[in-house]
Every structure is written in C-alpha cells, then in structure tokens.
Write a protein that binds this ligand. Structure first.
Ligand code: ASP
Ligand code: MG
Length: 440
C-alpha cells in the first residue's frame, strides 16, 4: 500500500485533477490518495468564519456565493456527462446549503471547524465523481471515520490504525482509496482539523497507520530545495535528506512540508518522497532514516521571530536563574526556539508573541530586559555539521556586513542557526547561497 497526497494547487484546476488521475493509475500498487481542498478554498472558508465571528453576515454571505459560483464553473470543466454533472452539482449545493444554514444560527468555534472542513469534503467528492465518470474503480473513505486527535489535540497513530484498518476491511481489494487530508474528529467526537497545511500530516499519519511502502507528497515544486527560490537566483533540489534534516528544514521555514508531518513517518520508518505534479519525472526529494553523507544540505529562514534578552549581574555564578526564566515562558505556553547564554545574560527567541506583554512583565524583576521584534532565524541544515572543518569560517566570512544578533551552534548535529533582522533576511540567504553552495 502506498500513500499519495496532492495539495491544493495539484487539485485546484480541473486539468490538474486529470493529471492526478494519470499519476494514481500509473502502477498497480493499492493506494490511499489524500487530497487537500482546491487551492483558495480553505482561505475563503477562513474568511467566511472570520466574517461570521465578527457578526458580518453580509460579508460572509457574499463570500459563500463567490465560492459557490467557482465550484459551478469547476464542475462544468471537470465532468463531461450531464448526469454526472447533475450529481456533482447536487452534492456541492448541499455543502453550500449547509454554509447558508450556518449564516442563520449563532456562530461558535465548533461550527467554525465544520465550515473549514467543507473544502476537503468537496474536493474529494468532485474527484470521486470524475473517477466514476472515467470508469476508474475506487472508493471514498471518509477521514472523519478514522482520523482522530485526542484531548490534547494530538493524533495517536495506533488509534487511527485501528479505525482505518476497519474502514479498509469493509472495502477490501479496491485499487484506489480516496480520502480527505486536514480534517479529523476531536476527543469530543466533533469535526476538527490538523491546522493549516495539515494534509501533509494526514498523509504521514495514514502512511504510519498502514505501514505504507512510501508516503508521496505531490506539490508544485520538484522537492525540497537548498535555499528559498523566491529569494535567491539559483537553487537546486536536494535528492536525499534524513528525517532529522527534513524536520529541521520544515520547521525552519521550508514551506513545502508541514513540520509535524515528519514524526509519524520517522517513528514508523516510512520513506517520504516530495514530488512535483507538474513535472512527475523529476526526481524530487526522498526522506529516509539515514542521511546520504555529511555536510551542508540547505539553508532555510523563519520570519516573525522575537528575541528576548535578560541581563543580570545576579546571574553570575548563581544557580536556578535559567529555570526562573524558563518557568515564565512555560507558564504562558510559549515555546523557545533558539537560546544563547553568557555569564551575565540569556537571549531566547520565540515565534508566538500572544503573551509577550505578560511574559515581559514577569521577566522584568529578573534583570534588564531587551525585546527585539522583526527578526528572522536563518538555519543552515545538514548532517554532522559541527564536524565540518570550514563551515563556521565559510559561514561567517560570507556574513560580513550582516548584523547577526544570535548564533546557535552545537545544539544539534543537523543545524547551525543565526538570528538576523528580517530586513537582512534576503541578503543573508543570498550571501550564504554563494558562500556555502557556490550558487548565485
Ligand atoms: N486545506 C488545508 C489548508 O489549506 C489543508 C492543506 O491544504 O494542507 O490549510
Ligand atoms: Mg501544503
């Protein structure tokens, strides 16, 4: 069994869905195909939820109508036969009727989750109608029957496995199973989701649950690249990464893969492939247990970082100082990304600034506080980085002229990170592209 996940742009146009059909029928291995919502849909559903939360029903109604019209056009281009089109229109109308009913009742967070689920529910149904029209044997497995999170919002692979195997058993022998990414049920049995971009996570959880031969993530770029193609002139795809390297890259800004989607594949040792729907023959990136050698693989950047520096002469030779600092962050459920210490100061970075005011207030008694916003973490990722002779020299030679606010080296074998003002991010990525990879 293999897993093939297609993101929003890979199903966002009827002709893309035609391509997806080609890709899932190229071999005879049974597969579970995980689909995102059509590109733009989840954003539109978020906007509808936001409008309702703000009490602006007219705005919500307007957005619902615009989205509804989009699906009408989509169906006409996707399906040929009148009878099939009618079936699809009737199905989509039901989903929009549901959205229109929500307009009339009082809005709450659980309903918002129901709204957000409509995108994947519709994309999978449309794709299923299309396969049916083409006579392709398949079955639609509702993710809400097996994908689940516990009371801490954490998915548990073994619980998912038990439910999924049951669902598969009742349709055994099918060549293709279609299911929704992103959506799940929570511990209360309500419709919920795995957060934005969570379809990758669904795919990885499903792959782990069925011990898949491979988890293929199909997007619109040919794998993970060594740098951000939107910023630097030349990048190249990385052929192979270890799970550890991929986790660092996904976490530190490589948008291609949801960071949480690494652990299920890693824990159950399922190879993950990142492939390009527009260029199916391109190699892409394969993520495996072992790295294919040592050294630098890629550079990635994560924006929206705030640095908090606490300086105190009382820290000198004192114990328990760090604990006091960490306790404040823990109290406000704010995780720390980078940390550096000197004998009299500690600097940490956070990306969740929701409780920054409270945190600052409680840190104040511990020392002199400095808060720097608009920072970016630039991470150099690879294997056994601290054992690379010239790495630090090459990095810092390249960085002449860039104001580096923090350096984190040695925390992991896979990552050397620096903190720079976001206004210097592009320059940093460019000079490192040249200095570490010899690329422009
Ligand atoms: N449709 C969801 C989103 O846009 C999940 C996903 O595409 O991964 O966030
Ligand atoms: Mg995605």
């Amino acid at each position: 069994m293999k897993i093939m996940k297609f993101g929003g742009t890979s199903v966002g146009k009827p002709e893309r869905m035609f391509q997806v059909r080609d890709l899932i029928t190229r071999d005879n291995e049974p597969k579970i195909v995980v689909l995102s919502a059509l590109s733009g849909t989840t954003n539109a559903l978020v906007a509808i939820g936001d409008a309702l939360a703000a009490g602006d029903k007219d705005k919500a109604k307007n957005a619902i109508d615009v989205l509804h019209a989009h699906y009408g056009v989509f169906i006409n281009a996707l399906l040929e036969k009148d009878a099939m089109r009618e079936k699809a229109v009737a199905c989509i109308n039901e989903h929009f009727e549901f959205l229109n009913i929500i307009l009339k009742i009082s809005f709450n967070e659980a309903l918002n989750k129901d709204i957000l689920a409509q995108g994947e529910l519709m994309s999978t149904k449309l794709f299923s109608y299309y396969l049916e029209e083409k006579g392709q044997d398949h079955v639609l497995l509702p993710a809400l029957d097996f994908m689940a999170i516990d009371a801490n919002d954490e998915p548990q692979v073994l619980a998912i496995r038990a439910k999924l195997l049951k669902a598969l058993e009742s349709h055994s022998g099918k060549p293709i199973y279609i299911t929704q990414g992103y959506i799940c049920r929570n511990a209360k049995g309500e419709v919920d989701n795995l957060k934005r971009g969570g379809s990758d996570y669904s795919a990885s959880l499903i792959a782990a649950a069925v011990s898949a031969s491979v988890c293929e993530i199909w997007t619109d770029i040919d794998g993970m690249h060594n740098n951000d193609p939107r910023v630097v002139g030349t990048t190249r795809p990385i052929e192979q990464l270890s799970f550890d390297e991929a986790a660092e890259l996904a976490y530190f800004g490589a948008k291609i893969l949801h960071p949480a989607s690494i652990w299920p594949a890693q824990h159950f040792n399922i190879p993950v492939k990142l492939l390009n729907t527009m260029e199916p023959e391109a190699k892409g990136t394969i993520i495996l247990k072992e790295p294919d050698g040592n050294g630098v693989k890629a550079v990635a950047a994560k924006d929206g970082i705030v640095m908090v520096k606490i300086k105190s002469s009382r820290m000198l030779l004192a114990y328990g100082f760090l604990r006091k600092i960490f306790e404040v962050f823990e109290k406000y459920k704010t995780s720390i990304d980078m940390i550096t210490t000197s004998e009299v100061a500690v600097s940490v970075t956070i990306d969740n600034t929701l409780n920054l005011d409270q945190i600052s207030k409680e840190l104040q008694p511990l020392g002199e506080l400095e808060v720097l916003a608009d920072q970016t973490i630039v991470s150099v990722v690879g294997n056994k980085l601290t054992q690379q002779d010239q790495l630090v020299t090459r990095m810092f030679d390249s960085l002449a002229g860039v104001p580096v606010n923090m350096v984190s080296y040695g925390g992991s074998l896979h990552n050397v990170s620096i903190l720079v003002p976001t206004s210097f991010k592009n320059e940093t990525l460019k000079v490192l592209n040249k200095g570490l990879f010899g690329l422009d």
